[in-house]
Design a protein around this ligand. Structure first.
Ligand code: ATP
Length: 305
C-alpha cells in the first residue's frame, strides 16, 4: 500500500472532564475515500475541527504529506480543504460570484466554476444571492467550494447532511469522479453507512474517543460470513431438505429465486452434504457477508459515545 497522505498519531482532546479524543491513530492513503464513522458524540467532529485548524489538540500530531500541521501549517495545509458545519459565504453575492471569488484565490483553472456548479446541480440558482439559499443549497455550494482548484485532501464533516436524494446522488458521483480523474483524497464523516460502504475504500470507526477498527472495508468484512445464498435445480425440494436436516440454519426463500441459510464457514459442509443427499447439488453457492452497518453495531455495541 502507498504511504499515508494523512497520518494522525496520539491525537488527544479534552473539554474539561470530557475526553473527546483519547489518543487516536489514523492513516489515510493518497487517492482513497476514507470514511470516518462512529456513534453520536464519539469524537468525529472534534477530530475534523482539529484538522481544519479550528481547535488545538491537547496532545498528538497530524502530518499531511509528511509535514506537521501544527508547526508547518501554511505549507502542510496548502492542499487541504475542510467543510465543517455551515460553510461561510458572502450573502450578497450569487453562488456563481462566491465560487468565482474563491476560484481566483485558489488559482483554479478556467471552467472550474461552471463544472462544479453543474456537478452539484446548482446552475439554475447560480445567479441568486446566497443569502436566500436553503440549507441544502448552501451545502451543495460548500462542497463545490471545497473542490475548487484541485486540492489534495478534502475533509467533509457529514457532507450528505441536509441534502435531498438527488443531491446525495450528485455528491456521491462527484466524489468518485474527483478521486478517479483528479486523484483527490477524501476524508469524510457520515452516519449513512450504506453510502460509506459504496463510496469509501477505507474506514476508521471511532467510539468514545478511541479507534476501535480501521482498514479497508473489504478486509474488515472478509472474515464475517453470516450465511450462504444458493440455487439448485429444484429449490422447493432443496428448501424442505435443508429445513428438515438443519433447522438452526433457518433456510428460507430469498430475492432472485435463491435460498438463504444462516451460519459461518463451519455450516458450509453440512449444507452441501444435505443437498447432495437430497440429490440436489447446488448450481451456485456464495457467501453472505456482514454489512458495514452490522459490523459497525458490533464494534460500537449500538450505544452512544
Ligand atoms: P455526532 O455524530 O453527534 O456529530 P461526533 O462524533 O461528531 O458526534 P463530537 O462533536 O466530536 O462527536 O463530540 C465528542 C464529545 O465531545 C462529546 O461528548 C461532546 O459532548 C463533547 N464536546 C464536543 N465539543 C465540545 C465543546 N465545545 N465543549 C464541551 N464538550 C464538547
Amino acid at each position: 500500500m502507498t504511504e499515508a497522505l494523512l497520518e494522525i498519531r496520539g491525537l488527544t482532546k479534552h473539554y474539561g472532564a470530557v475526553k473527546a479524543l483519547q489518543g487516536i491513530d489514523l492513516s489515510v492513503h493518497a487517492g482513497t475515500v476514507y470514511g470516518f464513522i462512529g456513534p453520536n458524540g464519539a469524537g468525529k467532529t472534534t477530530a475534523i475541527r482539529i484538522l481544519a485548524g479550528l481547535i488545538r489538540p491537547n496532545a498528538g500530531t497530524v502530518t499531511l504529506g509528511g509535514l506537521d500541521l501544527a508547526t508547518k501549517r501554511t505549507e502542510a495545509a496548502a492542499g487541504l480543504r475542510a467543510l465543517v458545519e455551515v460553510p461561510a459565504f458572502y450573502p450578497g453575492l450569487s453562488g456563481r460570484q462566491n465560487l468565482t471569488v474563491f476560484a481566483k484565490l485558489a488559482r483554479a483553472a478556467r471552467g472550474e466554476v461552471e463544472r462544479l456548479l453543474t456537478a452539484v446541480g446548482l446552475n439554475h440558482a447560480a445567479d441568486r444571492a446566497v443569502g436566500g439559499y436553503s440549507l441544502g443549497m448552501r451545502q451543495r455550494l460548500g462542497i463545490a467550494q471545497a473542490l475548487v482548484g484541485k486540492p489534495s485532501l478534502v475533509v467533509l464533516d457529514e457532507p450528505m447532511n441536509g441534502l435531498d436524494p438527488a443531491a446525495i446522488h450528485l455528491v456521491r458521483e462527484l466524489i468518485q469522479t474527483e478521486r478517479r480523474e483528479r486523484g483527490v483524497t477524501f476524508f469524510l464523516s457520515s452516519h449513512l453507512l450504506h453510502d460509506v460502504e459504496t463510496l469509501c475504500d477505507e474506514v476508521g470507526i471511532i467510539h468514545r474517543g478511541e479507534i476501535v477498527a480501521e482498514g479497508r472495508i473489504t478486509d474488515l468484512l472478509s472474515g464475517s460470513v453470516s450465511g450462504y445464498s444458493l440455487q439448485t435445480a429444484d429449490n422447493v425440494a432443496a428448501l424442505g431438505a435443508l429445513q428438515d436436516a438443519l433447522p438452526a440454519a433457518n433456510a428460507r426463500n430469498a430475492e432472485g429465486g435463491e435460498i438463504h441459510v444462516d451460519g459461518d464457514e463451519a455450516t458450509l459442509p453440512a449444507v452441501t452434504r444435505t443437498l447432495l443427499q437430497a440429490g440436489l447439488p447446488a448450481n451456485t453457492i456464495r457467501p453472505l457477508r456482514d454489512t458495514l452497518e452490522r459490523y459497525f453495531i458490533e464494534k460500537t455495541e449500538g450505544v452512544m459515545g
